[in-house]
Design a binder for this molecule. Structure first.
Ligand code: PHE
Length: 354
């Protein structure tokens, strides 16, 4: 998934003159439904890398919705902000972004992502734009997507354990979680409750220390998170971490995590296979947040329905592992095949995410 070979539909760009921020809304595919994806806000080295990030992440959303059999299309927004953006200026930026969403008139729906919260979605929605999911419950939204994403990752970890050890329970398995942000911390709670031996790495020593005290997990230095010996590695921070340099240093049986866009390129999936590492494709594993929140807010699902849909990730992942095995391709290629098949024939109108 590189910018050079992008097959998407459109990229809308906007300079925010007041703050110097640049906004990129990448619309990858409306084949299954309106492009829907999070709004990521962070500082990038340059505008080109922000634009490419938006495009790659929009493509990942196309695959995410298709693999989850959910009738939405792939899109993503990136707001590249200057490093010293102040809170008051940030709020103005969010409001102008809200008006941009209204101008787009439903060509793109959004929710929270790295660098944006449910309260940010509230601010965006205050402009009157109806194209925003994951507002706070006080404002009528379904709240942040982190806990749903964590539930989906947990279900995927059970599937990977079942494949590797013949028993889905993560009990007594050593699991390294890389990144203790929104999703990582909630995943660690679930894993600890299930009796896994959890170790975590994060440059934010304070957040890590709090988890260690509360749950008795092991804290490991952030730079050694990828190579720590374990049964299973769960990347829950930023993307691009599985590459030619890191893959030879891995010390794990499987990779199952929430981060978007973990593979630096498609050839990494083969490298992982050659090393005997079972890779659970990120866009299958991390669909829980998007599916649950959009199901609740756009389709009127109750919590039970949302939970069933998110737990359905386990079954999808089982099919991906089976297909990879039976056709001798990487798990990533198998998951893409499943998604592309859905993109060809459309989602099942009766299925709504199952
Ligand atoms: N951040 C979510 C993801 O990457 C995107 C999302 C959140 C979409 C909430 C819709 C609603 O999957």
């Amino acid at each position: 998934m590189t910018g050079d070979s992008w097959t998407g539909e459109d990229v809308i760009e906007r300079d925010d003159l007041e703050t110097g921020a640049r906004i990129f809304v990448a619309l990858h595919s409306s084949r299954l439904g309106p492009p829907t994806g999070g709004t990521r806000m962070k500082t990038y080295p340059d505008a080109g890398s922000a634009r490419r990030d938006a495009m790659r992440l929009a493509e990942a959303m196309t695959y995410k919705w298709a693999a989850a059999d959910f009738a939405r299309g792939g899109g993503k927004a990136v707001i590249a902000v200057p490093p010293d953006l102040e809170a008051s200026a940030r709020e103005g930026l969010l409001r102008r972004y809200g008006r941009l969403l209204s101008e787009l008139g439903g060509r793109f729906y959004t929710g929270g992502d790295v660098g944006t919260s449910s309260s940010d979605m509230d601010v965006i929605a205050e402009t009157g734009t109806p194209y925003v999911f994951s507002r706070t419950p006080e404002r009528g939204g379904a709240g942040g997507s982190g806990s749903w994403t964590a539930l989906g990752v947990f279900a995927a970890i059970e599937t990977a354990c079942e494949r590797l050890f013949g028993d889905p329970s993560p009990r007594d398995r050593r699991i390294v979680v890389q990144g203790v942000g929104n999703v990582g911390a909630l995943l660690i709670e679930r894993l600890a409750a299930a009796g896994a031996r959890v170790a975590a790495a994060d440059p934010n020593g304070e957040a890590l220390g709090r988890l260690r005290e509360r749950l008795g997990i092991e804290a490991i230095p952030s730079e050694s998170g990828l190579e720590a010996p374990c049964d299973l590695l769960a990347p829950c921070a930023l993307g691009g971490i599985l590459n030619a340099e890191t893959i030879p240093r891995l010390n794990t049986r499987a990779i199952v995590g929430a981060a978007n866009d973990q593979l630096a390129g498609p050839e990494e999936a083969l490298r992982l296979r050659e090393r005997g590492v079972l890779y659970a494709p990120d866009f299958v594993v991390n669909a829980g947040g998007a599916v649950a929140i959009t199901g609740i807010e756009a389709l009127g699902w109750g919590a039970d329905r949302a939970e069933a849909a998110v737990r359905g990730i386990a079954g999808t992942l089982r099919r991906v592992f089976d297909l990879a095995e039976s056709s001798g391709v990487s798990t990533d290629a198998a998951a893409r095949r499943l998604a592309e098949e859905r993109l060809r024939r459309g989602t099942d109108p009766q299925a709504d995410g199952r």
